[in-house]
Design a protein around this ligand. Sequence first.
Ligand code: AMP
Ligand code: MG
Length: 409
Amino acid sequence: MSVPTVAGDVLESVAGAQQRLLASLSPLGRESVALGDALGRVLAETLHAGRDLPGFDNSAMDGYAVRAVDIAAASSSLPVALPVVGESRAGGQAAELTPGRAIRIMTGAPLPAGADTVVRQEDTRRRAGDVLIEVAAATGTYIRRRGEDLVAGQAVLEAGRTLTPIEVGIAAALGHDSVRVGRRPRVGVLATGDELVTAGSAPGPGQVVDSNSPMVIAAVREAGGEPTFMGIAADTAEDVRRLLQRAEFDIIVSSAGVSVGAHDHVRDVVAELGEVNTWRVAMRPGKPMLIGTVGGTLFLGLPGNPVSASVTFELFVRPAIRRLQGATEPMRRRIPVQLGETMTKPLGLETYTRAVLEWVGGGLPVATSSGAQGSHMLRSLAAADGLLVLPAAAAELPSGSVVDMIPLR
Ligand code: AMP
Ligand code: MG
């Protein structure tokens, strides 16, 4: 899939490049991890309920376990008095309820045999050893039935799901203390550029702090990968080659040096050591974006401008890392939003505009630009709630248009 631009330049579409990239990847191996280490990992097995949940009939309220027939005539003016003959508490096992009696019961406690209804404490009064029931209640009221949530054997969490704290809790409830998950991709991260100094050192004249590497390393971790910093390559083919020849990674991610400048060597070195599959993508920011292989390892060359690097990471690197872990939904879910202002953009380039959201009235959230959109400008990225996806085919989107947004926080 390619998109001709005004200049007649032929670029690959974002969706086409993403599909080609993801289709070339299959999940790495799997491993077993303790539930305590499972957060953010991708399930490699479908988890079934090992037993019914709830595991037994129990009370949904603090109150009294009774038989519905015994309280059929109860009302607040004519309460029914029942002797309280015992108690059922969470974790306990109560005696059987005989007709004409009540058993005090707590939330989550097993329903005593013989009882078929629970009356809330708020609908009762105590008088010596009796409870005065002030309401009639249908059979089954305030009872949580065994298996009403999950039945033993039922599939609950499908393979390919990413484990959030909610899934971790569900896995525990299903009886697991460890789960099989996709192996984390090992991701080598490098920067290129003679101007770069590592974060923490003061840049001299003409120098720039390498902010892309810490960003990429953090983003790799967020996506579930295991990052390793490979260093900063100078703007020479030899130095780029020296770093790229390391083979111990599943993915290598670089930033900068991938365009057509006199000192951009990444593309030539990748072509020499492996293969360039995609080089120019019809998007802004981020047009130079290299997808290829070096020595059989997936290579993703991001542009150097920090905003371009983070947007292309989001669109290409994150999904690749997630697919290698076996995620069935490697992309972040997009949400529809309404533009709160007219936006213009270059025709032919899918444009990712940093935007803030406001919720007004009952409609869709309303998006406006979060600030100046230069691809070197971090302030609008720092302020953004997400990236608007403005279609390649449009040059102007009137205020009120509905577009997708990739939420970033
Ligand atoms: P390039 O793609 O090499 O032409 O770089 C484009 C722009 O991104 C230049 O202004 C670079 O100084 C800047 N840049 C490149 N690498 C980094 C990095 N690792 N961190 C921050 N800025 C960078
Ligand atoms: Mg450069």
